[in-house]
Design a protein around this ligand. Structure first.
Ligand code: GDP
Length: 296
């Protein structure tokens, strides 16, 4: 699973401090140094690490741990709470207040957009009794359209597609009309990705945003993304004002740094995590559970 080595290292340094009968500023600094290294090695963005360590130290000192009875445990709790804070504090559900609710899926190619579109369609059909429509708006990869069609068949969810000889903007315009005619209350738009961010793609995505007026723009990021996450997340956010992120491939053995940085970079909640290739391998994101998992 993701975060394994980070988790081990953090647990080791916390274990050491837990065992201390008295806590000095020196051994707390030592622990913070170890945590800092563990986070950096896990590829967490350096700015995120810097703030994490500064906040942890400030809070720990603020709680007067040096004089408390079980100082180690207080510090462990401070680290846990800071990790929850970094990950987003509370669970964030989808916003279904508008009819139809349009969910626009964006992200780099291979991040898991198409798979996650299918997973969300399945989840909202089951959990919220919604009637979704999947829209194939990635006209650059014919395989993407076929992939979405196959997912739709498996899920018994209709897929709106017009092939790849028409602009993505025209597809979504027609899809919006189709969705309304056929009383789909949720329209999930699977957009194109690229290996790297480029301006024409961003322009196309901005056009799609204007046409569909989405309630949610979910940035799909692969947990394997390391430092690159900063560029990717900032760029999508600046151009589109995303409303949430989805972390995919948490079942893989990524170091997890990108996953830990994405909220701090974008200030939007992580809404879902993908934990496998199967269509039910998706969960709402619970920051406290994730922190528990990392800290053991
Ligand atoms: P897209 O190019 O962004 O649409 O990416 P795809 O949806 O085609 O996904 C790329 C690959 O990642 C596919 O092989 C998916 O099966 C795989 N994938 C997507 N999400 C997950 C996940 O949560 N876990 C694992 N292990 N694989 C995933």
């Amino acid at each position: 699973m993701a975060f394994e080595s980070l988790s081990e290292r953090l647990q080791d340094s916390l274990k050491k401090i837990k065992g201390q009968a008295t806590l000095t500023e020196a051994n707390m600094d030592e622990m913070l140094r170890e945590i800092r290294l563990a986070l950096l090695e896990a590829d967490v963005n350096f700015q995120v690490v810097k703030e994490f360590i500064a906040n942890t130290k400030e809070k720990a000192l603020g709680q007067d741990v040096l004089g408390s009875l079980k100082p180690g445990q207080v510090v462990v709790k401070v680290v846990h709470d800071e990790l929850v804070e970094l990950l987003g504090t509370s669970v964030s559900e989808l916003d279904f207040s508008r009819k139809p609710t349009v969910i626009m899926m964006v992200g780099l190619q291979g991040s898991g957009k198409t798979t996650t579109s299918g997973k969300i369609a399945k989840l909202i059909t089951k959990k919220y009794a919604k009637k979704p429509l999947l829209v194939a708006a990635d006209i650059y990869r014919p395989a993407a359209v076929d992939q979405l069609k196959t997912l739709g068949q498996q899920l018994n969810v209709p897929v709106f597609e017009k092939g790849t000889d028409i602009s993505a903007e025209d597809i979504v315009k027609q899809a919006m009309a189709y969705g309304q005619e056929n009383q789909h209350d949720v329209i999930i738009v699977d957009t194109a990705g690229r290996l790297h961010i480029d301006e024409p793609l961003m322009q196309e995505l901005q056009n799609i945003k204007e046409i569909t007026n989405p309630s949610e723009i979910l940035l799909v990021v692969d947990a394997l993304t390391g430092q690159d996450i900063v560029n990717v997340a900032q760029s999508f956010n600046e151009h589109l004002s995303i409303t949430g992120a989805v972390l995919t491939k948490l079942d893989g053995d990524s170091r997890g740094g990108g996953a830990l940085s994405v909220r701090h970079i974008t200030h939007v909640p992580i809404k879902f995590v993908g934990t496998g290739e199967k269509l039910d391998a998706i969960d709402l994101f619970y920051p406290d559970r994730m922190a528990d998992r990392i800290l053991g």
